[in-house]
Design a protein around this ligand. Structure first.
Ligand code: MEV
Length: 375
């Protein structure tokens, strides 16, 4: 047995948030803030998991997990979502009550679910040390739980030899072939279901495959080729409820259908136009595409304010970056949360530094990173 390393990117929505809830297209792209996993063999029959980002450190004897593996194999069929009974069993085992589970407890449940399900499938329980750490903030809509589930699925499936590990001794970068990515993605989706109940599957698809994808009416379609774009990612740290914001958009749509429906149709057209530009850029990289992308960002930010998901903190991001000639929009649910700012390949480091300084002065967290990253 060898030590395995796996990593997966987070995601941002480039265009189409909220509109996607009403059957329009959304473009989700991998963001190169990653989650990393190291899995090392141990020889004492124990399984340990350490998650420094959420302050969790867990250790079990594989013998105490054995009865659960048996229970899992009894009610498991391929591609079946985690059942409420399985989750109850895991909560009982881990000593969690029915209260709304904290991030730490959800991460533990997802680990136990994937470990037990994969162990029951392959017929043995690996004794391993697992360490997972992340550059992604949790609960910011950046797909941190999906990146976690993708890393766990990739490592456990490889460790249990359900799929092969694509790295030879001494190699530092490798990728799984498409068939194995599909297996990882389906298990990662089940991890996401443990954490989120009924997720769309977009986050784990981006975390597994990277690049960009279009999501519409429950269908996920990977874009063939996407350029890597530099961005600033800003977390305003303003808390918001996605549920409340989504409900607010629905109310507006019901109250003023003739006004709001065309706004959502416009957002849909922005996603389609952006997809065309990204494909053209991938085929023929040129700075001439940037003004188009910037204009689409500006227009969509205004439209999102019209549907009621703007926030003064997001306006501050737009103003602060505009003063340096940069273009920003909210990403995800809005009402605070995160924003993205497009950088050009030739945006000078001094401009980026000045923008980051201004955003930090507003009390925001800011990262320079890439979108369209590898899965
Ligand atoms: C939140 O990240 C994206 C929304 O479109 C909600 C959703 O798609 O479920 C606002």
């Amino acid at each position: 047995a060898q030590t395995l390393f796996v990593s997966a990117p987070g995601k941002v929505i480039l265009h189409g948030e909220h509109a996607v809830v009403h059957g329009k297209a959304a473009l989700a792209v991998a963001v190169n803030l990653r989650t990393f996993l190291k899995m090392a063999p141990r020889n004492d029959g124990k399984v340990s998991v350490e998650l420094p980002n959420v302050g969790a450190r867990l250790c079990w004897e594989t013998s105490e997990l054995q009865p659960l593996v048996v229970a899992f194999s009894a009610d498991q069929t391929e591609s079946q979502p985690p059942s409420p009974e399985q989750i109850e069993k895991l909560k009982e085992f881990a000593g969690f009550t029915n209260r709304a589970a904290a991030t730490q407890s959800l991460a533990t449940l997802a680990f136990l679910y994937l470990y037990l399900s994969i162990a029951s499938k392959c017929g043995f329980m690996p004794s391993v040390d697992i360490l997972v750490w992340s550059e992604l903030p949790t609960g910011a809509g950046l797909g941190s739980s999906a990146a976690y589930s993708v890393c766990l699925a990739g490592a456990l499936l490889s460790g249990c030899r359900v799929i092969s590990y694509p790295l030879e001794e001494g190699q530092s970068v490798g990728r799984w072939p498409e068939e194995e990515l599909a297996v990882i993605n389906s298990w990662a989706f089940r991890g996401e279901q443990v954490i989120h109940g009924n997720p769309s599957g977009v986050d784990n698809a981006v975390g597994t495959r990277g690049g960009a994808l279009r999501y519409q009416a429950g269908k996920i379609c990977s874009l063939k080729s996407v350029p890597t774009l530099r961005i600033l990612l800003t977390n305003t740290l303003v808390p918001r409820s996605t549920k409340v914001l989504v409900a607010g958009v629905k109310d507006k749509l019901m109250k003023f259908p003739a006004i709001m429906e065309p706004v959502l149709t416009s957002i849909d057209a922005i996603s389609q136009e952006c997809e065309r530009v990204l494909e053209a850029m991938a085929a023929r990289p040129s700075l001439e595409h940037y003004p188009v992308l910037e204009e689409l960002i500006d227009v969509n930010q205004h439209l999102l304010s019209v549907v009621g998901v703007g926030h003064s903190s997001l306006d501050q991001v737009c103003q602060a970056t505009a003063s340096h000639g940069l273009h920003s929009k909210l990403t995800g649910a809005g009402g605070g949360g995160c924003a993205i700012t497009l950088l050009r390949p030739d945006t000078a480091p001094s401009v980026v530094e000045a923008a980051i300084r201004d955003l930090s002065d507003c009390g925001f967290e800011c990262w320079e990173t890439d979108i369209g990253a590898l899965g």
